[in-house]
Design a protein around this ligand. Structure first.
Ligand code: FES
Ligand SMILES: [Fe+2]
Length: 350
């Protein structure tokens, strides 16, 4: 089950070049994204209403797309504007168009009722859209076999860091032993993790560090259930100078990151991520270190979560026995359930 009436990340803006097309499945529906001659993004169902050929093997013609099976031509709103050799276009040949927005270097898509998309735009993201302050390379991973809910569980419980990411973004187990502070808000959860790490800056971030020795570390983030978004401020500072109380020293490493999960099917997921740093002098070099370091860590997550999903496919009712670290994921799941119920109730009435 998916929330439909929310904005999801469809792509990084740079992944859809001008003149380009990008075929992706969202919420079990095939979609083709493309830019028109002015650069505006359109999203159409990737299935020709004539004989179901995918439009993604068609071709761009100006602001339109032509199906390359029998040549029907569709405009950016999905309207069939030409049937070769036919003067009057027969009915039912329009293709479904989905609302899209390009904002903060992201292409967002709305897979629900188009009228409701007008109420509110996607959430604004400072980390992805402050080119003078935050520097990053966008990242993407595809989960072939994991429901977005299992990945959401993972992101709501960083106690896995010390084990899954021992050699990358964690180091030792200090990050697993801290008890997170959790606050629930209407449609999400705010999580604060602040701790002393005797091992200092974790392996993946060591090349960025300007200090050595033990570190005070923090990860403070919102998990927004609509759109499955993680929005985080995190960092590492020399231990003992008061960073966790807000006195962040000059030589600290600071990050601002966004991660987003967009369901592809019930058991496959698009995972978008970025982790920005604020060191203008070593911008390119750090972008590179970060995108590689973070991606290595997220591949570690993927290996674990896909293995977990394989077990759950064989045994869907496998017992899940709680430990205290599950608190945030339980809240996240509860909010998701409530929002899904509310959406289904409304659509049942409508
Ligand atoms: S299937 Fe597209 S034109 Fe026939
Ligand atoms: Fe992880």
């Amino acid at each position: 089950m998916f929330l439909r009436n929310v904005w999801y990340v469809a792509a990084w803006a740079q992944d859809l070049p001008s003149e380009g097309m990008l075929a992706r499945k969202f919420l079990n529906e095939r979609v083709i994204l493309y830019r028109d001659t002015k650069g505006a993004v359109h999203a159409l169902r990737d299935q020709c209403p004539h004989r179901a050929a995918p439009l993604s093997v068609g071709r761009r013609e100006g602001d339109s797309i032509r199906c390359m099976y029998h040549g029907l031509l569709f405009d950016g709103a999905g309207k069939c504007i030409e049937v070769p050799g036919v003067e009057r276009i027969p009915p039912n040949l329009d293709v479904q168009a989905f609302p899209v927005r390009e904002q903060d270097n992201i292409i967002w898509i709305w897979m629900g009722d188009p009228a409701l998309s007008l109420k509110e735009g996607p959430v604004r993201l400072e980390a992805t859209s402050s080119p003078d302050k935050w520097f990053y390379e966008p990242g993407y991973l595809h989960y072939n076999q994991a429901s977005y809910q299992l990945i959401m569980d993972n992101l709501l419980d960083f106690s896995h860091l010390g084990f899954v990411h021992e050699n990358t973004i964690s180091g030792g187990t200090a990050s697993s032993e801290v008890r997170a502070q959790i606050e629930r808000f209407e449609t999400g959860v705010k999580i604060s993790r602040k701790y002393y790490d005797p091992l200092g800056v974790p392996p993946a971030f060591k090349p960025l560090a300007k200090f050595t020795g033990p570190a005070d570390r923090w990860q403070i983030y919102d998990w927004r259930v609509p759109g499955n978004l993680l929005i985080m401020e995190s960092g590492n500072a020399r231990a003992g100078v008061g960073a966790l109380e807000g006195n962040i020293p000059e030589d600290a490493i600071r990050f601002s990151s966004v991660q987003a999960l967009t369901p592809e099917t019930e058991t496959s997921t698009h995972y978008f991520f970025m982790q920005a740093h604020d060191d203008a002098e070593r911008k390119e070099e750090f972008n590179d270190i970060l995108v590689r370091g973070v991606k290595t860590a997220f591949l570690e997550d993927r290996a674990m979560i896909e293995a977990q999903q394989r077990v759950l496919i064989e045994e869907p009712d496998a017992p899940m026995n709680a430990i205290p670290a599950d608190a945030a994921l339980n809240q996240g799941r509860w909010i998701l359930k409530r929002l899904l119920e509310a959406e289904n109730k409304v659509s049942a009435v409508a």
